[in-house]
Each structure stands twice: as structure tokens, then as C-alpha cells.
Design a protein around this ligand. Structure first.
Ligand code: UT7
Length: 332
């Protein structure tokens, strides 16, 4: 039986960091950020004792409250993140503990901005094969924990947040219909956190060289993102026989409005069919797509065709075709 998304939830911290706030921190301005990226503000998890698992746990608690699922009935938690609380234990483990998912197992999945799509497709396999009944897929990142707020080329782009979906088997034609997922390690050098792993463990030298912050060479990432995210969205529509009229929503990763626009044009979709909340949250990495689903949930109808698309560090990219399984008003 197909695996379907049967509920979605999101969480963003209360504190906002606006473009105008950033103007007083680095040599940037609201006009540059808005015209180059589409971002106006982002949310920041300021509490020094809170981390990615706390945001993920908030999203999962809300998911359980909305769906009526008892946390002890969760079989599996997959957390897509590049900002785990620690290298180990996994953030999925910590989320499970914080929500009381005492019968679940889980693991983290590292695929940067494509992480949610990779995790969604992975989670769907467990439901489709009958190995799990209730799978929770979380996309969560505390990007502020790896940003250098003196580097204007990166600190303006990212924000913190989490989203979660519940996957269950469902009779009928709705569910996760198809996925095209790709990765190419040759792109790794352009977008990464250089130190803190086994290649360059933390040392005075790595800290002095600021290698525990995100590093991005924006232009090559941009060039690959605009073509690959657009191409893969077109490819999944074509191989499923979907025209632009058949697609109800494009749900793109929110890294840059210009990349979203290119994907929308390639898919031949009007602006009204594209979920865009980059202006409010910036790039929350693995959380962007579930946060879009959360923000638009009330407008989604059973049978709607959704094209989810992402591109990110790795390089990783992909597209997932979802036939939406419930009327959004159900969880309103
Ligand atoms: O989600 C994961 C995947 N990541 C992405 O998809 C991000 C892809 N890359 C991008 O979105 C874009 O490359 C950026 C938004 C990061 C940068 O936009 P850009 O149009 O590629 O700008 P640029 O890097 O070519 O820089 C243009 C100018 C430079 O100044 P000069 O050399 O022309 O004098 C930068 O120093 O803009 C300058 N600049 C800034 N100016 C004001 C760079 N960052 C800023 C800033 N404020 N924050």
C-alpha cells in the first residue's frame, strides 16, 4: 500500500532577525538581501541551551496533537539535519526521548538542503513494505549555530526551524508516488562545514581559521541549483505524465527566490501555484519544505498533485511527486 503524508506540523522560534538588524551587524543592506535572495527576515533559536532536537521535538509534539497519534505508537523517526545537537547520539534519538516515543528507533540523515526529500523517500519505503506503521520524518536545522555573523556572504541567508510529517499507509491512489534523488560529491567543496569531522577534528587551528562555520562559494552553488532543481522537477512531471495544469503546487526548497523562479518557469507553472515563504524564514535547510507544507496545509485538498524539489550541499538534489492524501481543513 502506498505511503501517504497524513499530517504535517512546523515549528519556528519566536525571535526574528530582520535584514535591518543585519545592517547593524555586517556590511549589508535590506535592498541587496531582498533583491538577491527574496529574504526579509529569519527566525533564530536564541536560548543557548536549546538545539535542533528541541525544535524537532516541538514539531513532533504538534504533529501528535494534531493527528491524535500517541507518541508510543511511533515506530521510526528519521531526522534530516546538518546541525545535529552532537555528532552522536543522533538528533532523531533525542527527539524520540523528548516526545516520549519509547517504542521507536531512529537515525539522522545528512543531505543538507535536500535532506527532507531524501528522508521522506526513505521513510516511505518502511511504510510501503509494511516494516513500520507510523513513521515520522523530521527536517530540522539550527543554522545559526554554524553561521559566522561577521561573514555577510552567508549570515544573511539562513534561519532556524523544523518541520515534521507523519507517514502512514493508505488505501487508494494518494501518497508518495515517485522520487528522483541525486548526489554528486564533486560539489562538496563549494558548500560545507570544513572542520569538526574526522578529517579536521576541532583544534585551536580550526577554530582560529573559522572552519566550524558554514562555507559557501555562492556562484557555483547558484549555477548548479538553478539548472538541477529545475531539470529534476521537469523530469519527474514528464515521467509521470503531468502537465502544468495537473500540478496543484510546486513546493521548492527555499534558498533563493531566483532559483525558485527558474524552477517555476521550467515547470511552466503560474506564480500562484508556488509555495514561497523564504521572506519570513530564510533558508532553514532541511526544514524549508515541511515548513511550506505546514504553512499551506489548510489550502491542500485530497488528490492535489504536489511537486517537491530541492538542491543543496553535497551536492544533493531531487524531486518527489506526492498526491496529497487529505483535506487540509481536517487538521485546522
Ligand atoms: O540551500 C543550499 C544551496 N544554496 C544555495 O542555493 C545558494 C546559492 N547561491 C546564491 O543564492 C547566491 O550566489 C548568493 C545569494 C549567495 C549570492 O548572490 P550573487 O548574486 O551570486 O552574488 P555574488 O556572490 O556574485 O556577489 C555579488 C556582490 C559581491 O561584491 P562585488 O565583488 O561585486 O563587489 C559580494 O561581495 O555582492 C557582494 N555581497 C554582498 N553585498 C551586500 C555578497 N553578500 C552580500 C551581502 N550584502 N550580504
Amino acid at each position: 500500500m502506498p505511503a501517504a503524508i497524513t499530517c504535517v506540523a512546523g515549528y519556528v522560534p519566536d525571535d526574528k532577525l530582520t535584514n535591518f538588524d543585519l545592517e547593524s551587524m555586517v556590511d549589508t543592506n535590506d535592498e541587496w538581501i531582498r533583491t538577491r535572495t527574496g529574504i526579509e527576515e529569519r527566525r533564530i533559536l536564541k536560548d543557548p541551551n536549546k538545539a535542533t532536537s528541541d525544535m524537532g521535538a516541538e514539531a513532533v509534539k504538534s504533529l501528535c496533537a494534531k493527528s491524535g497519534l500517541d507518541p508510543t505508537d511511533i515506530d521510526l523517526i528519521i531526522c534530516a539535519t546538518v546541525t545535529p545537537d552532537m555528532l552522536f547520539p543522533s538528533t532523531a534519538n533525542l527527539i524520540g526521548h523528548k516526545v516520549g516515543a519509547t517504542n521507536a528507533w531512529g537515525f539522522d540523515l545528512s543531505a543538507a538542503c535536500s535532506g527532507f526529500l531524501f528522508a521522506l523517500n526513505t521513510g516511505a519505503q518502511f511504510v510501503e513494505t509494511g516494516k513500520a506503521r507510523n513513521v515520522v520524518v523530521v527536517g530540522a536545522d539550527k543554522m545559526s549555530s554554524i553561521l559566522d555573523y561577521t561573514d555577510r556572504t552567508t549570515c544573511v541567508l539562513f534561519g532556524d526551524g523544523a518541520g515534521a510529517v507523519l507517514l502512514q499507509s493508505q488505501d487508494g491512489e494518494c501518497g508518495i508516488k515517485d522520487a528522483i534523488l541525486r548526489s554528486d560529491g564533486a560539489g562538496g567543496e563549494f558548500l560545507c562545514m570544513p572542520a569538526g569531522g574526522s578529517l579536521r577534528p576541532a583544534s585551536h587551528e580550526t577554530i582560529d581559521a573559522k572552519q566550524h562555520f558554514i562555507y559557501q562559494d555562492g556562484q557555483p552553488v547558484f549555477k548548479s541549483a538553478v539548472t538541477k532543481m529545475a531539470d529534476v522537477s521537469y523530469e519527474i512531471m514528464e515521467r509521470n505524465g503531468l502537465t502544468s495544469e495537473d500540478v496543484a503546487w510546486l513546493v521548492p526548497h527555499q534558498a533563493n527566490l531566483r532559483i525558485i523562479d527558474a524552477t517555476q518557469r521550467r515547470a511552466g507553472l503560474p506564480h500562484e501555484k508556488v509555495m514561497i515563504n523564504i521572506q519570513k524564514y530564510g533558508n532553514t535547510t532541511a526544514a524549508t519544505i515541511p515548513l511550506c507544507l505546514h504553512d499551506w496545509e489548510s489550502q491542500l485538498r485530497r488528490g492535489d498533485n504536489l511537486i517537491l524539489a530541492a538542491f543543496g550541499g553535497g551536492f544533493t538534489w531531487g524531486s518527489v511527486y506526492v498526491k496529497w492524501a487529505y483535506d487540509g481543513s481536517k487538521h485546522a
